[in-house]
Every structure is written in structure tokens, then in C-alpha cells.
Design a protein around this ligand. Structure first.
Ligand code: FPP
Length: 245
């Protein structure tokens, strides 16, 4: 049951989701993997609308990893087509719910059509301020860290930054996520208990929540359950319980 009072306080500001299990969902039903991904996009819409309704300020979804390029070409093409179609279709949902679209990852490696559509929706929704939806596309945390180190090294070489002034803030400012707060709650569906190269720096203090639910079956009630579970945890950030109270 949804407890309105409980859902009005201590809402995680930044929720990140590893949407896993589209393939297994399809296999269980004797369907093609593509149908699993198609139903995965329906779950994306429900998660986005529910998050906005609950009052989550930042929702980040792992839509395509750097490693996903190694999947069969047909599957990669299907995922890119789904991305383009969803962007075309869901811009209305984003505007209606006052949601700003953002993207992280090596966007230059996306097919031209997907990149252009993405940039167009980002531009059209840039003034929306109820929630930020970030799609991680061609994203890998290690790639992000390598890019960050490279950019900072060049600045050090050119005398723009002094090495002893490199701190967490400097690193945050060079990550794809530079405009986002740290992740509070990381959810992974489908029973796998891994973080798979997703936001490794940004989840340093995140609460991790794993559910057996396969992504296409992930409903608003599952999101609420994850939040209730998050609310029961004591986030100590290295301090003792006594210090917190
Ligand atoms: C994991 O399922 C999911 C993905 C690789 C991509 C997630 C993509 C979607 C939910 C659809 C498209 C997204 C947008 C934003 C339009 P899997 O294929 O790894 O499942 P499996 O582990 O059961 O094989």
C-alpha cells in the first residue's frame, strides 16, 4: 500500500537504475529479445512518470553501456531504433511532466540519427525543472574516468590546474555527471548483484537495492518498495549512529 506521508519525506534525490532482464523476460515467454526491449521501453516510461510524481529530482537510467556495442549488430540496431522512436514519442511525456532530458556517455559513438534526435529533445526540454532524466548511453564508468584524467592532465600540463589542488570537486567538474548530485539509491533489476561499470565514482555512498523483478515487469509499486527500503536504512557516511542522532 502506498503511504502518502512516508513518500513525502526522505525521498532519495538521485535514483539510478540498471535496467536488466529484458532478454530473460522475452525468453521466459518464448519471444524474441527485441520484444523484451520493446516492453523495457514501456517500463522506462512508467519509471519516469512515477519518479516525477514521487518527487525524485534526478533519475538516471543505464540504457546502453560501452560493453553493449559487443552485442549482435541486429540487437544493437534494435536498441538504437527503440531509442529514436521513444525520443520522438515521449517528448510529449517529458514536456507534460516538466522533465528535462540529459545524457551521459560517449555520445559521439551513437548513430547520427540517434545523436541528433537526442540532442534535439535535450534542447527542447532544457528549461524544464521538475525532474532531470539522464540517459546513460554508450556509457562506461572507466571510460568516463579515463576521459576525466586526460582532461585534468592537459590542464595541469598547461598550468591551468596545480596538481596539489586536485580534489573531489575538480574531479566532479570533469565527469559526464558534472551537473548531477551523487547517487543516493542504485537499483538493479533481474536478480543480478553487480554494478557493471555504472557510475562507480558517483555511487560511493549510494544505497544499493537489488530486486528479482525483470525490467519489463518493473512497476511503480516496485519503485515505491525500493524507496521504502531505502528509507529504512541509516546512511552514516562513515560516522557512528550516535553522531548522527
Ligand atoms: C538489459 O536487458 C537492458 C539493456 C541492455 C538496455 C536497456 C534498454 C531498454 C530498457 C530499452 C530502451 C531504452 C530506452 C531509454 C529507449 P538485457 O538485454 O541485458 O537482459 P538479459 O540480461 O536478460 O539478457
Amino acid at each position: 500500500m502506498v503511504d502518502k506521508k512516508q513518500l513525502s519525506t526522505n525521498i532519495p534525490k538521485h535514483v539510478a537504475i540498471i535496467m536488466d532482464g529484458n532478454g530473460r523476460w522475452a525468453k521466459k515467454k518464448g519471444l524474441f529479445r527485441a520484444i523484451g526491449h520493446e516492453n523495457g521501453t514501456k517500463a522506462v516510461r512508467e519509471a519516469v512518470e512515477s519518479s516525477a510524481e514521487i518527487g525524485i529530482k534526478h533519475l538516471t537510467l543505464y540504457a546502453f553501456s560501452t560493453e553493449n556495442w559487443n552485442r549482435p549488430k541486429l540487437e544493437v540496431d534494435t536498441l538504437m531504433k527503440l531509442l529514436v522512436n521513444s525520443l520522438k514519442k515521449e517528448i510529449k511525456t517529458l514536456q507534460k511532466n516538466n522533465i528535462r532530458l540529459n545524457a551521459i556517455g560517449n555520445l559521439n559513438s551513437l548513430p547520427k540519427k540517434a545523436r541528433e534526435e537526442l540532442l534535439e529533445v535535450i534542447e527542447k526540454t532544457k528549461a524544464n525543472d521538475h525532474m532531470t532524466l539522464t540517459l546513460a548511453l554508450s556509457y562506461g564508468s572507466r571510460e568516463e574516468l579515463i576521459k576525466t584524467i586526460e582532461e585534468i592532465s592537459i590542464k595541469v600540463k598547461n598550468g591551468v590546474i596545480s596538481p596539489h589542488l586536485i580534489n573531489e570537486t575538480v574531479i566532479n567538474e570533469h565527469l559526464y555527471t558534472k551537473n548531477l548530485p551523487d547517487v543516493d539509491l542504485l537499483i538493479r533489476t533481474s536478480g543480478e548483484q553487480r554494478v557493471s561499470n555504472f557510475l562507480l565514482w558517483q555511487i560511493a555512498y549510494a544505497e544499493l537495492y537489488f530486486t528479482e523483478v525483470l525490467w519489463p515487469d518493473f512497476k511503480k509499486s516496485d519503485l515505491i518498495e525500493a524507496i521504502y527500503n531505502y528509507q529504512k536504512r541509516e546512511r552514516r557516511f562513515g560516522k557512528t549512529s550516535e553522531q548522527l542522532s
